[in-house]
Design a protein around this ligand. Sequence first.
Ligand SMILES: Cc1ncc(COP(=O)(O)O)c(C=O)c1O
Ligand SMILES: [Zn+2]
Length: 469
Amino acid sequence: MTTRAPSPSIPPTPRAELPSERRAPSDGVPGASLARGLRCAACGAEQGLDAATACSSCFGPLHVSYDLRDGIGHAPEKFLGGRAGGIWRFQKLLPPVSSGLTQELDIGPSPLRKARRLGEAWGLSDLWLKDDTVLPSGSFKDRPASVAVAFARDRGFREVGCASTGNLAAATARAAARVGLPCSVFVPAGLPETKLLPVQVLGGRIVEVEGSYDDANRVANLLGEQGSIGLVNITLRPYYTEGSKTLGLETLEALGWRSPDWVGVPLGSGALLSATFRGLEQVRELGWLDRSERDGPAIFGSQPIGCSPIADAFGRADGKIVPVQEPRTIAESLAIGDPASGYEALAAIRATGGFADAPTPEEVLSAIHDAARHEGVWTEPAGGTVLASIRSRLDDGTIERGDRVVAFLTGAGWKTTKVLQPVARWAPPSIRISPQARNLRSLLSSGPPEAVGAAAGLRSPPRPEVGPW
Ligand SMILES: Cc1ncc(COP(=O)(O)O)c(C=O)c1O
Ligand SMILES: [Zn+2]
């Protein structure tokens, strides 16, 4: 696919003082960050906590490095301090941000729900749903966006933005609005209104790029190179990925630092999965995992067919990620053909003994439906892919019926009403009645969803009804 030129409607960003050259805030708050710099995951080169996309020597991924020595041997509650839940409870394990901003941009904690009825329906006794559908902009992206925007605000950036498949756009616009910064989001053209409208309501500027997410990302990169806009998942990527880490940290804390057997993560760029692994490694280093448990969960990743470059690479002998030129998938939020953190995600999956899967749209929709009707948790297809993987891996015995399994449900179903329309056909048919209707009981006697769905032959919708994937 060709790289397109940026739209002429984007005002040029003045080349001003580079915000990253300013000093980091050091407001001396107790429990402040233990970050000491950025380290390249490939060559180990270290640099300061500046805005940077990749290592200047080898282009490897950069991560915030920490000095955890003081924490080793301390109980988690003591180390984390008295701060109530939310991402900044893990402030010591996050980039440095001034305390006013941690208040403005606090997110979570989200519930970790024991899924008894869904587990029973699937024959799994210890299933948990980490429910990030409830976060303010409707997805886990509120976590990385808040950390990166807080960092940007502290460093003096006057504008923020991102490249997004939809969810990060709303999260970045929200975080920007919380701290009074203008925001521009680069998205592939044609996203549904449920993804775009929240950005506009929150005051963000939408730049629709006529192409894929990868095209939108390339265009945003051009703007990022000019320096004065902080692009959360590009020029501020090391700080953004740290925010994603809190999803796993919160989960482990809610489980009393006892490791589940499996953690399932949707794969887009692979950042969430690799950040989950880095958080796990920190928890191990701090010695917090219950010794009686296994050393940590196996982490698995899911991407639906139509855009599954990481899952495909997992199944290949050479492990090579082949970018998908034209993603067509039921989970548009995962439609990233060239995943920036793909190799790191693969390494994390392998290191923990996990797997990577690419469920079909039918499997994803059926799993979404099951979680919604049994648990009242309505996930978008990203979380649905994880649920679908659990279901199929139970069937083939990879996941055992007594295993403790946590599914990351990373986005809300209301954002993807269009692709979920086939699920509505499994519901009891809606009826329109006159205000004079009286025999209401018999009108409603068409039975529970299963009976209606089965009677209508809708256990698994035929392909054309599911969509063009
Ligand atoms: C709802 C949802 N889940 C999961 C992901 C994947 O996250 P990552 O790109 O960090 O792999 C995304 C990415 O946009 C998303 O929107
Ligand atoms: Zn390097």
